[in-house]
Ligand binder design. Structure first.
Ligand code: UT7
Length: 334
């Protein structure tokens, strides 16, 4: 962007709850098998928050780690953006709850609702404020406690989801580094394919809505699957094109972790070797907006990223929504 400051990710942090729910545990809860879950999804276990833990609690743990790594105190933050479909409350926003927990007294705070694409929407929004010079530090968190809205009697959905939080501190970086391109998209006509039907203003909470189990995730799996394969590939191609890079120049792909078969389609399409693709869904399942930042944080901890690498983050989900970004990696603040 000409005349704009370059923006990158200065530090990341993540947190996942201690409690592990394995495929063997699920075999005792619904008619399923470890074999079905592993071959159809690649998932082996997921983390589940405790009864006392809400999304802002998980977000707080991830946020503290990101701030500590960047050596930034909470009162230096200009803005907090929380991407989630499992906010603590309808309002106040989870970002406001987190602002208070962190003591980020000067930070503006808002939630972004774009389901599994939420983290990408969040960094796309947050980075604008730094690019145009209005703010210096924006903290973006993808956090979900999907276990709280999952029906553990429905085998079509309960084997897929897990809880976790990932944070990224955005700030100015040297020209030529940081976010080189963004691609965001939405197709509201596909909204009913993946939704939480009740609890909003369309079907407010009532005895009937609870009895009909309308406060749980509802998903048309195979339709979402086809959409996911398509948009993951096109969104990645679009950011490559916008940044003027070829697929051979991708050093690391961090895809949304919904299903290993969806990730495999991208691996084939872009001719990527396994070391160039981050996969952690075997340990966490689908954590919606938390999947990408947790995967990125783990890749960094494993030393899989170095200054100057071309990194693609790509996601898709309810809305329907999709998004991708291409960054030239640098955590050096400018
Ligand atoms: O992050 C947001 C985006 N979400 C996604 O990207 C999810 C995308 N969708 C998927 O990952 C896959 O569609 C699923 C993993 C959800 C399902 O896999 P599938 O290969 O598309 O299976 P299917 O829905 O076509 O179902 C095949 C069969 C059905 O049985 P019938 O009707 O053929 O007899 C299901 O009832 O598998 C059955 N099934 C199960 N069997 C054992 C569904 N869930 C289970 C289960 N265990 N847990």
């Amino acid at each position: 962007m000409k005349g704009m400051r370059s923006v990158g990710i200065l530090a990341t942090g993540s947190y996942t709850p201690e409690k592990v729910l394995t495929n063997a545990d699920l075999e005792k809860m619904v008619e399923t098998s470890d074999e079905w879950i592993v071959t159809r999804t690649g998932i082996r276990e997921r983390r589940i928050s405790s009864e006392e833990q809400a999304s802002s609690d998980l977000a707080y743990e991830a946020a503290k780690k990101a701030l500590a790594k960047a050596n930034i105190s909470a009162d230096q933050l200009d803005m907090i953006i929380v991407a989630t479909v499992t906010p603590d409350n309808m309002f106040p926003s989870t970002a406001c709850l987190l602002q208070e927990k962190l003591g980020a007294t000067k930070a503006a705070a808002l939630d972004v609702s774009a389901a599994c694409t939420g983290f990408l929407y969040g960094i796309a929004v947050g980075s604008q404020f730094i690019a145009n010079g209005m703010y210096r530090y924006v903290l973006v968190i993808g956090v979900e406690t999907l276990s709280k809205i999952t029906n553990y009697e429905d085998r079509n959905t309960c084997v897929l989801f897990g809880d976790g939080a990932g944070a990224a501190l955005l700030g100015p970086v040297a020209d030529g580094f940081g976010f080189l391109a963004f691609e965001l998209g939405a197709d509201g006509s596909g909204g009913p394919l993946l939704s939480l039907p009740a609890g909003g203003s369309r079907i407010p909470a009532s005895r009937e809505s609870v009895e009909q189990k309308l406060h749980y995730i509802s998903m048309a799996g195979s339709e979402v699957f086809k959409f996911a394969v398509r948009v993951m590939n096109t969104a990645t191609e679009t950011v490559l094109e916008k940044a003027g890079l070829a697929k051979e120049q991708i050093d690391l792909l961090v895809p949304h972790q919904a299903n290993l078969r969806i990730i495999d389609s991208a691996i084939k399409r872009f001719g990527l070797s396994e070391e160039k693709v981050v996969v952690n869904l075997d340990r966490y399942g689908n954590m919606s907006s938390a999947s990408i930042p947790v995967a990125l944080d783990e890749a960094l901890a494993e030393g899989r990223l170095k200054e100057g690498d071309n990194v693609v983050l790509v996601g898709f989900g309810g809305g329907l929504t999709w998004g991708a970004t291409l960054l030239r990696w640098s955590t050096r603040e400018a």
